[in-house]
Write a protein that binds this ligand. Structure first.
Ligand code: UDX
Length: 434
């Protein structure tokens, strides 16, 4: 049973820790935040993620999963150390690597024998070499260690499922020594014939950015087509369907919406732009993705504005604040962007999200009214705006909505409704590109 330390208890770290505990490894998850660790020790999750709290409790009960803030001691205990701390957007869009480098320093100081250091955090090309340098410079007793780049591709809201059913596992190394151990750690996936991509460290780092940028590009592309559809009177749903049937394109990630958000796509496209600039490579597609996504977010506000003579005093019911469904994460949420812009324009907002309200309160404060459910949000509203595709928003009682609202506008910015059905309830439907 491998002794594995995971540093960082965010989405990536906790999913890795719980997932590997389920594979039978002995896991110590660590974080500098005392309250987070103390809650985890009581079985309380720091964020909402379907199925995760149950898995947490099961593995804790079997004593395969433990939590601590004593990071140096944890490193000394472990044979393999996963780095899963955040790499948020820093100055000018560059990835902020300070947390990663602090961990590298601590690893260097705490080495007490050969260890494998696995980087799960998304880091720009060349970072793992810097991690190696930092560890070496604090490794005064000259213990052997190896660095492995092993990027994580999980989706929030399906994190554990994605950990057990990845499309592929990418492993970047600059020497063969750690490969067998990594294979053995991921043995259950190996047995399930999940494809493994063994490569060098730089290629592995760039695989992660290439995947996220490509997916962001698909979303930005279909959103751009939706704007064209609005202008020329075509139907983006049919276009996306027909495009998706082309095996070379594929149907996934072609759903129009208010723009992509979350903790990965916005930050990774920005970071890719920055490190491409540093090596003097023109990445005009990456630049266009970022710009096009910003246009889409603002376009949502423009579309609402067009329907009212002025937004000042207009009351809107907002359904959804999370950047997508099945998460309470509002980082870079296009919904929050739209809400902030509507407030600037003088609109009066009643907002509702099934999971993200507490997080939203931290950024929106008293500027909006927090409704207790979707119907409470639209009482007396001039319009309703769907910004996150939660399942519970897919089957609203349209007649009840029409009777509770004072106006008629139904802005479906996730295109989850049938236009005719909405209009049968004497509401005026407006989707994106339909
Ligand atoms: C993403 C990647 O999928 C994952 O591989 C990576 O490692 C981390 O980032 P996640 O952040 O959970 O995962 O979000 P995802 O479900 O992929 O969606 C990203 C954004 O694109 C969301 O804002 C979502 O609403 C939007 N989106 C996605 C669309 O607007 N249309 C689509 O068709 C798909």
């Amino acid at each position: 049973m491998f002794k594995i330390a995971v540093i960082g208890t965010g989405y990536v770290g906790l999913t890795t820790g719980i997932g590997l505990a389920n594979f039978g490894c002995s896991i110590l998850c660590m974080d500098i935040q005392e309250d987070k660790i103390s809650n985890l020790n009581k079985g309380i999750m720091p964020f909402y993620e379907p199925g995760m709290e149950e898995a947490l409790k099961v593995n804790m009960a079997c004593n395969r999963l433990n939590f601590s803030t004593k990071i140096a001691e944890g490193i000394e205990w472990a044979e393999v150390v996963f780095i899963a701390v955040g790499t948020p957007q820093g100055i000018k869009g560059k990835a902020d690597l300070s947390a990663v480098m602090n961990v590298a320093e601590l690893i260097g100081k705490s080495l007490n024998g050969y260890k494998i250091i696995v980087t799960k955090s998304t880091v720009p090309v060349g970072t793992n070499e810097k991690i190696k340098e930092v560890i070496s410079s604090f490794n005064t007793k000259k213990h052997d260690f190896d660095i492995v780049s092993n990027p994580e591709f999980l989706r929030e809201g399906r994190a554990l499922y994605d950990f057990y059913h990845p499309d592929r596992v990418v492993v970047g190394t600059d020497n063969p020594r750690p490969v067998e151990t990594i294979r053995r750690i991921y043995r259950p996936l190996y047995l399930n014939e999940i494809p493994f991509v063994f490569t060098d460290i730089r290629t592995s780092e760039l695989i992660k950015y290439s995947c996220n940028s490509f997916l962001a590009m698909k979303v930005a592309f279909i959103n751009e087509i939706s704007r064209l559809c609005d202008a020329v009177g075509a139907d983006v749903s049919k276009i996306a369907y027909a495009m998706g049937k082309d095996g070379r394109i594929g149907g996934k990630f072609l759903h129009p919406g208010p723009g992509f958000g979350g903790s990965c796509f916005p930050k990774d496209t920005e970071a890719m732009k920055m490190f491409a600039e540093e090596v003097n490579v023109d990445v005009s597609i990456i630049n266009a993705i970022i710009q096009s996504n910003n246009t889409q977010k603002e376009y949502m506000v423009e579309k609402i504005k067009k329907r009212f003579a002025r937004l000042k005093g207009i009351q809107l019911g907002i359904l959804g604040l999370a950047f997508k469904s099945e998460t309470d994460d509002i980082r870079e949420s296009p919904a929050v962007f739209v809400v902030k812009r509507l407030i600037e324009e003088g609109a009066v907002l009643r907002v509702y999200d099934p999971q993200a309200t507490e997080n939203a309160k931290l950024v929106l404060g008293e500027k909006v009214f927090y409704a207790i459910n979707e119907y409470d949000a639209i009482i007396n509203a001039d319009g309703l705006v769907i910004l996150t595709e939660w399942n519970q928003f897919r089957n609203l009682d349209l007649l009840k909505i029409a009777s509770l609202m004072r106006g008629k506008m139904f802005f479906d910015y996730r295109n989850i409704y049938d236009m005719a059905e909405v209009e049968n309830s004497s509401l005026i439907y407006e989707g994106i590109g339909r």
